[in-house]
Structure formats: C-alpha cells, structure tokens
Design a protein around this ligand. Structure first.
Ligand code: GDP
Length: 493
C-alpha cells in the first residue's frame, strides 16, 4: 500500500504548480526538483498572481543583486551617507532588505519567509546575512542571482545591531511628530530629528518596542520609500501583521486567495535544502518511513530544560490516544494467526533533543500488542541533547528533521515551538498542537487540532493601523486570529 515516492506526472508538478522555474542546474541542488517525488500532492497550489510576482521578483534580484552595477553603486552610497531624500527615490534604483536572522533554525526559517514576502510586497531585493547557517544549508532560491550578502558589505557586525542604534526605525517614527503617537520618551530622545541615516534598521525582536512595531503599519510611502537600505532583525513569523496593514491588503488577497497556506507556499518557493541535507532527508525517509501504510510525526520541544519530564510523556500519550493518532495496547498476546499480507504498519517519526520520550513510546509498542493489530514502529533521527544553533552539522540535522516531519501524514507538535511550526507548515499539515505545560503538569486537554497549518506570530502588534489606536488585533479581520498555543499570538487561518 505504499505510495512513496510518486513520480510527478508532469513538469508542472515537478515545478510545484509554477512556484519554481526550470533551468537551475539540477545536480547542484537535488531537492529543488526532486521534492515533488517525495510528496503526495501539493497541499495548496500557487495562484497565477503569485507565480507572476515571483517571476518579477526574480528579475529584480537579478537586476539588483550582488555582482551587479546597481548593487555596487548602492553599497558605495551606503559607505557615504543617505540624506533622507534623493538617492533611491526614482523608481528604477534598487532598494534592499537585508535580513539578519538569529536564534534557532526554526526562528530563522520563519524570519526568512516573512522577510521574503515583505521584500516582494515592497519591491526590495532580499539579501541574507551569512553569519548564521542558512547560507550553508539552503540552496540559492533565485535563478541567476545570489541572495547572500557579500562579505564586503559596509555595515559590520550585523548580528549586534539592536533597536537602540541611531538608525533605528523607532527613532524615525518618534521624530516624525504626527501620525504615530509619540510618547514622552520621543521628546527626550537624543536622536536629532533629521539626522543623516545610511540605512534604516528595523528591530522586530520579540523584545522590540511599541514604536518598532509601528513598522507593521508603515505603508512604505511615508518613512521607508526612499530608504535604499532596510536592515531587519527578526526571529519570527510576521506575515500575519502584514495582512493587517491596509496598504498590502489588495495585493495579498490576489497573491493568496486562500490565507491558510502562505508559509507553505513561500517555504516551498524559497527553501531548498542543500544536497548534504537532502541526503539526510531522503535516506531516512527511504529507510524508515516510505514503506509504512501510515506515518505519524511527533515533535517534542521542551522549554523547561533538557531533562526528561514524566508529565511531557504523559501529555504525548494522552494526546495521541485521545485523538486516536496511535492505537491502544492490550495486555494479552493476540491469539489469532498473523494476517496474510502482514499487519498494517504505522511508522512514528519522533523528533526531540532527548531520546527518552522516544525510548518510552517505542518500548510501549514493543512490550505490548496493539488493540488494532497494527504494527507500530518508532524512529528518531537524532538526539542532540542540547541546542547548538549555528553549528552547521547540528543545524543540518534540525532542518532534515523539520523536513521529515513534513513528510508524514499527520503531525503532533509542541506549542510555542517554531521548529514544530516549520515541520507542519512545510508538510502542508494542520497539526495537533500540544499546549505548553504549566507547573510541571500535563494540561487538559493535552492537545488540540489547530485551525490551520500556518505558524503563529509570537510578538504581534496590538495596534490597529486603520483606526490608529490600540486594538485586539486578533479581531480585526476574519483570517487573522489568535493562536491555539499562545493566546496573544496571531496566525492566519
Ligand atoms: P524553537 O526554539 O522550538 O522555537 O525552535 P528553533 O528551531 O528556533 O530552535 C531550537 C533549536 O534547538 C533547533 O533549531 C535545533 O538546533 C535544536 N532542536 C530543538 N529540537 C530539536 C529536534 O527535535 N531535533 C534536532 N535535531 N534539533 C532540535
């Protein structure tokens, strides 16, 4: 009953419904054109408008990317000073968004997808700071143009920029006087109103301020239009906030007629694991998952420390039992003879830093027979014990595991975890989310089916761009709602 891998029946399928362009060297990045062989079907198809805009954006990256005259000129201007007008204001000049991703790989991936959408919406070329590992574990997404920020980029130490730097968007907004409400802090700000900025830095760290978050209401006309260089630090998924900005509404509607698979489509366009990672993915899949009748992913992320916790194991078992994702076990050995074609098989892919949960689940189904007669096999690719983000081999395993989670049929994830968001989002799978335990007790209910496969935005704005006042941003439009796992978070549904 195995259906993996499927041979895509048409070029269109191999190119993921037009998301991808042909013409890349296939061998240098096998995952790009081979991923369709490992997927049943696209969970959502790209709209014709999205496909058109992606092609336009590729042309922009080619026109403006590293190695072009436009890039050289823009980088040289950055070395001097931008006076706030003039440079970059004519439509043909290139404008840039430099993304500085940080924290864990799941965070990085969500940041990359969000920044890419913002770059498409605002006509900026996206360049990626290469201090962290994404440049080593993903292929180049744009044909004929690199998305890696050249090492000669004049602004140094990008990883150390914070919202406190004079170039910060927060001071730009505070200095404006009208439109954005300026609290007392703005008046006392040491930053002169019309200082010479070489670039604008947008801090979207989860600790960013009210003024930083006004970025989400910026229509690009007012503050950012003329800034050729926008540098951005973010560790999360900010796409839901873009859907709250009236300036982008029409375009986003055309790009994504269905709002529940924005990350899925962006990730499949942008993120292609390098050959080494693809080897980790396909070999594990072929060895342990491919031949099962059904695959279940269980992603375990514990935020209270790396030691094993009984209440987390209890939560996993309660969730998979109550939601009928795994069969119950019986105490007696079954008396009936084995089925002719062999038992129905269920492969469970578990991921986590610890192997303790995996050992326990595996023992459960080794020690006892299932009530359904199914044969349950349990697998875990790695147990790294501790988070070591930034180390290439560690991050390669993390990416391989997120990707493998996305190759299952059903998935249980840990609330609050961007690792889990990426796993389910990549797979086009609406997860069962385990709520984050409090006081070391398994919550009741242990988990709940999410409303969509979209990631949760953890640090959303609480400001209504239209009304220009504070608001419950989970109530402004039907397709942006609060998350299942984080009551103040926002997600697309
Ligand atoms: P989050 O912290 O759960 O939101 O996810 P992140 O991916 O941003 O950061 C957690 C990091 O810890 C990952 O990127 C990995 O480096 C590591 N990690 C956590 N869980 C796992 C896992 O199940 N497998 C592997 N290989 N690494 C993990």
């Amino acid at each position: 009953a195995s259906f993996w891998p499927l041979a895509p029946t048409s070029t269109q399928e191999k190119l993921l419904g037009g998301l991808l362009v042909p013409g890349f060297d296939e061998g240098s990045c096998l995952s790009r054109y081979h991923s369709a062989f490992y997927r049943k079907a696209m969970a959502r198809s790209p709209s014709p408008h999205l496909v058109k805009r992606l092609r336009e954006h590729e042309a922009l990256q080619r026109r403006c990317g590293p190695g072009t005259e436009a890039y050289r000129a823009a980088a040289a201007r950055l070395g001097s000073s931008w006076h706030g007008d003039g440079d970059g204001s004519d439509g043909a000049a290139c404008r840039y968004l430099v993304l500085v991703p940080y924290r864990g790989l799941g965070n990085n991936i969500l940041a990359m997808a969000s920044a890419f959408l913002y770059a498409v919406l605002t006509g900026r070329a996206l360049l990626l700071d290469r201090t962290t590992s994404p440049g080593d574990i993903f292929c180049e997404p744009f044909p004929g143009a690199s998305w890696l920020l050249p090492r000669s980029f004049p602004v140094r130490d990008l990883q150390n920029l914070t919202g406190e730097v004079p170039e910060s968007y927060r001071y730009l907004v505070q200095g404006d006087g009208d439109g954005a409400p300026a609290p007392a802090a703005a008046a006392s700000s040491a930053v002169p109103r019309r200082r010479r900025r070489q670039y604008v830095f947008v801090d979207l760290d989860h600790s960013c301020t009210y003024h930083d978050k006004l970025f989400f209401c910026d229509d690009e006309q007012r503050f950012l239009r003329r800034a050729p260089w926008l540098l951005m630090r973010t560790d999360g998924y900010f796409v839901p906030a873009l859907f709250l900005n009236p300036a982008y509404q029409e375009e986003l509607d055309a790009l994504f007629p269905r709002k529940d698979a924005v990350f899925y489509l962006l990730a499949h366009y942008l993120l292609h694991p390098t050959n080494k990672v693809w080897g980790l993915i396909t070999r594990f899949h072929d060895a342990y998952l491919r031949n099962a009748d059904e695959r279940l992913g269980i992603q375990i992320r514990v935020f209270d420390g790396d030691a094993p916790f009984q209440h987390i194991l209890d939560q996993i078992l309660a969730c998979t039992s109550q939601e009928r994702l795994l069969p119950d076990v019986v105490m007696q050995e079954p008396r009936h003879p084995p089925a002719a074609g062999g038992a129905r098989s269920k492969a469970v892919l578990m991921t986590g830093l610890s192997s303790w949960y995996y050992e326990n689940v595996r023992w459960k189904y080794w020690q006892s027979a299932t009530a359904t007669g199914e044969a349950v096999s349990v697998h875990q690719p790695s147990h790294e014990e501790h988070q070591l983000s930034g180390y290439t081999t560690h991050d390669m395993k993390a990416l391989a595991e997120m990707y493998l989670l996305g190759m299952t049929d059903k998935i249980v994830t840990s609330g609050w975890s961007t690792f889990g968001y990426v796993g389910s989002g990549l797979g086009g799978l609406t997860p069962w989310v385990m709520f984050r335990p409090e006081n070391h007790t398994a919550p009741t209910p242990p988990c709940r089916r999410a409303r969509s496969m979209e990631p949760c935005m953890h640090g959303p704005p609480f400001y209504d761009c239209r009304a220009k006042q504070g608001a419950d941003t989970g109530k402004l439009v039907p397709h942006v709602q609060h998350c299942e796992d984080m009551s103040w978070g926002l997600k697309l549904v």
